[in-house]
Design a protein around this ligand. Structure first.
Ligand SMILES: [Zn+2]
Length: 356
């Protein structure tokens, strides 16, 4: 395959699908400044550009725990109905602007209840904001479909409650579940009861695994908990020696389990060393179902267009490669099979055909 030079404007127009993006990691800096002033929360700086730079620096620590600590500021402004409505609506509009046609947004409702909203009110409010964003994006000629993944925080004790919420809201915009938070020291199997409940209710879920911790975490997520996708999963490469797959890596590739890979985020937390060497390229070549994601757009200072651009410039990716990961993402989305097929046939493939 020859590398086709692609400019940023072309990349921005390409249809994109993102499976791994945190609502509380993607606020607009200016919105964060405004909402913080309203609720009396002190930020490191009140200049939006400086704030964006502060996030990028703080997130570049090479440590997942410090990376996660930056979320205290975004979460501080996401405790009220007003804050949730605005951040959810802008979330959708920003993705539409970036050329995203399908997204799964994730967040942990238990982190939004400090001002008295109930867990259910949090979910209802976010859905209302997302719906408003989708209506505006469609009216502007850039329709984007957004499904919600509810998260439980793996280091706290409300994961089962979050799973119950996912079941309760499955017909109201919630399409699946995840656990988030510090991976090291909090293995997925500690929340087995929640995952068994989701499986018995046929609610699909993904699990953050193989980011800060290695193969045992991925093994537990898949073979003990029964995850249908893996968040990050970069450490699956530990089970591949000289291109030969071990049993777990073989399971991931052969069962077509999507890896939700987030190159910039992985560099920042130390899970990968460079874009050029990021495992997404080697795993693509080995036939894994890799997908490309942003993880946290504010915290990592990125967008889907930027992630694509980095792979094109630093890892010799082509537009065909970008089409492949986009189709992969839609294939592994947690929405019904017929809707995934329609998105691929009617939106993704025509969009790439006109760019190629
Ligand atoms: Zn994540």
């Amino acid at each position: 395959m020859t590398a086709s030079p692609v400019d940023t404007a072309t990349l921005r127009r390409l249809p994109k699908a993102v499976l791994h993006d945190h609502l509380d990691g993607g606020l607009r800096p200016a919105t964060l400044v405004e909402l913080a002033a309203e609720v009396g929360h002190t930020l490191p700086t009140t200049d939006p550009d400086e704030l964006a730079a502060w996030y990028y620096e703080a997130a570049n620590s090479g440590d997942l725990v410090r990376y996660i600590a930056t979320f205290e500021h975004t979460l501080a402004v996401m405790q009220t109905r007003e804050g949730l409505l605005r951040t959810a609506e802008e979330y959708v509009l920003d993705l539409a602007e970036d050329g995203v046609v399908y997204a799964e947004v994730r967040y942990a409702p238990e982190l939004n209840v400090n001002a008295g909203l109930t867990l259910s009110e949090v979910v209802e409010t976010v859905q209302e904001g997302l719906a408003a964003g989708m209506a505006k994006a469609a009216a502007a000629g850039t329709p984007v479909r957004v499904g919600t993944l509810l998260c439980g925080m793996r280091m706290f004790d409300r994961v089962r409650e979050a799973a119950d919420l996912a079941v309760a809201f499955r017909d109201a915009g919630v399409v699946g579940f995840d656990i988030a938070g510090a991976e090291d020291g909090f293995p997925p199997a500690e929340h087995l009861a929640a995952f068994e409940h989701l499986r018995s209710e046929s609610v699909p879920f993904t699990i953050h695994a193989g980011e800060a911790h290695g193969l045992p975490s991925i093994h537990q997520a898949l073979q003990v908990c029964g995850a249908q996708r893996i968040g990050h999963g970069v450490r699956i490469t530990d089970d591949i020696v000289d291109g030969k797959l071990g049993h777990l890596a073989g399971w991931v590739r052969d069962r077509r389990i999507a890896l939700e890979m987030c190159p910039t985020s992985n560099l920042q937390t130390g899970a990968a060393t460079s874009i050029a060497e990021h495992p997404i390229t080697a795993l693509r070549d080995l036939g894994f179902r890799v997908t490309l994601n942003t993880d946290n757009r504010l915290v990592s200072g990125t967008t889907m267009t930027r992630e694509m651009s980095l792979l094109v410039e630093e890892a010799d990716w082509t537009v065909e490669d970008l089409r492949t990961v986009t189709v992969n993402a839609v294939k592994s989305a947690f929405i019904p099979f017929d809707e995934r097929g329609a998105l691929i046939e009617d939106v993704v493939l025509p969009g790439y055909a006109s760019a190629l």
